[in-house]
Design a protein around this ligand. Structure first.
Ligand code: GDP
Length: 455
């Protein structure tokens, strides 16, 4: 079957040692042969799969670079189609010029994620695996990368398939009963069905729970730094980011906007905001910053509450302690390098996690790392277990769990078995949507639209 042969630059849009133009489709090798001429004088069209050639890249008859061309033959390639990868020198101009020559020779520009979408449509990878390709590209730490690779290897899909198979087994018995009501088919009993549904629900909720703590190492935690003015919030932010980002002054109320940053604290990513100091104030502009900070605090998943231990606590500190009560929060006893006068017991009694720190010297950073890992339970994150890598996958699990709950309620409520069958079918659909076995074209398009061009 003939299809569009697509091409795109697969390497970042920046100067580098190598820039790769990837071509995929029925005409990939023929198109590459118009642009790339091996020094050996052989024609690229005669090359087998898994071979490489050194040669020149030509735009018409003008030589524009020297390059290596890799040839993959269908189905043994990333996309499952014929693929050529021309790796030229990684200058911005050269790579773009090579792509233009490839497009002039008959290829069409690839859409975002189109290579991986073709891999999916050709059965080389499932939908969950496709998403983990993006997670792997975006991974900023060892654990995040290991988890994404594990999903790419198919561990998540295998686990989800096992869950689906358990329910499919129940459905097969139910279907026989529903389809042949007049036959003498024995009712499948509640004691046969309930354990399957309950076991599956437990496994899915464990997968979802792991995603929630795994998100700290993949997407990051929405974090806010709060504290009254001058306790050292901006200094802490700068210590965490490693460079001067916020304006640090000793005039109370100088940080009025929220500065946002993604920082790595050990293996955890904090999406962190340094806010205007929270305190009672008459200043209108400062007041706007303060109300923004309060809203941010309500929304945040993690609060770093900073206190200046070199001065006694006041009502603003107590107000902050009060606001942190319902949140996952770590109290930071800052300015530990100065003599302590604050009543730290008040803070220690109010917070489950308290860390002594000097934001200006950096002492105590490791203790903060440990406290955050403990509070976000990332110590329990096991990248080798089946890991969800997207919110879409999480939603599929949640939907499946909801339908399983309905099935359990129907069984326990003594509702007819047809109703149980309908709920079980819906749960299976949700699970197979996760792996992509039953995803609609719209879902597939949505997944790949979030990819980058060239992947
Ligand atoms: P913010 O208003 O809470 O953002 O406070 P800043 O970060 O602007 O800090 C206020 C003042 O406290 C500045 O003069 C900082 O240099 C100082 N400061 C911040 N952290 C420390 C610390 O750990 N030790 C000492 N000695 N001074 C600090």
């Amino acid at each position: 079957m003939s299809n569009r042969t697509i091409a795109a630059i697969a390497t970042p849009n920046a100067p580098g040692g190598i820039g790769t133009v990837r071509i995929s489709g029925d005409r990939a090798v023929e198109i590459a042969s118009k642009v790339f001429r091996p020094v050996s004088g052989k024609n690229l069209c005669d090359f087998k799969g898994y071979t490489a050639a050194f040669g020149g890249v030509y735009d018409n008859d003008e030589k524009i670079d020297e390059a290596v061309c890799l040839v993959f033959r269908a189905p043994k390639s990333y996309t499952g189609e014929d693929v050529c990868e021309i790796s030229c020198h990684g200058g911005l101009y050269i790579t773009k010029r090579t792509l233009r020559a490839v497009l002039d020779a008959g290829a069409e520009p690839a859409e975002a994620g189109e290579f991986t979408k073709r891999a999916f449509l050709n059965g080389k990878i499932d939908l969950a695996g496709s998403e983990s390709v993006m997670a792997l590209i975006g991974a900023s730490g060892k654990q995040a990368a290991a988890a994404a690779l594990n999903t790419l290897d198919g561990n998540l899909s295998k686990k989800i398939r096992e869950c689906a198979d358990g329910i499919i087994g129940v459905c097969a018995s139910l279907a026989a009963w529903v389809d042949y009501p007049d036959e003498d088919i024995e009712d499948i009993s509640a004691s046969q069905m309930l354990p399957v549904f309950e076991k599956t629900k437990k496994e899915l909720s464990e997968i979802v729970r792991r995603y929630d703590c795994g998100r700290a190492v993949t997407d990051g935690i929405d974090t806010v730094i709060v504290g009254k003015p001058n306790v050292g919030k901006s200094t802490l932010m700068n210590m965490l980011t490693g460079f001067e980002r916020s304006i640090v002054t000793d005039i109370a109320g100088t940080t009025r906007d929220i500065v946002e940053e993604r920082i790595m604290l050990g293996e955890i990513i904090l999406r962190i905001a340094d806010t205007a100091g929270i305190r009672e104030t008459e200043n209108v502009v400062e007041n706007m910053g303060v109300s923004l900070a309060k809203r941010r605090l309500e929304r945040a998943e993690l609060v770093l509450a900073v206190f200046d231990t070199s001065v006694p606590l006041n009502s603003d500190d107590l107000d902050i302690i009060e606001q942190c009560k319902a949140k996952k929060s770590v109290a930071i006893l800052n300015k530990a390098d100065l003599p302590a006068t604050a009543d730290r017991e008040v803070i220690e009694n109010a917070f489950a996690f308290t860390v002594e720190l000097s934001a200006s010297t950096g002492a105590g950073r490791e203790k903060l790392e440990q406290a955050v890992a403990e509070i976000m339970m990332t110590n329990e994150f096991d990248p080798a277990a089946a890991c969800l890598t997207s919110e879409r996958q999480r939603q599929c699990c949640i939907r499946a769990m909801g339908h399983i709950d309905e099935a359990i309620a129907a069984i326990q409520g003594g509702v007819t078995l047809d109703a149980v069958n309908v709920c079980a079918d819906c749960a299976i659909d949700a699970l197979l949507e996760l792996t992509g076995e039953k995803a609609t074209a719209a879902v597939v398009d949505e997944v790949f639209s979030r990819f980058c061009v060239g992947k």
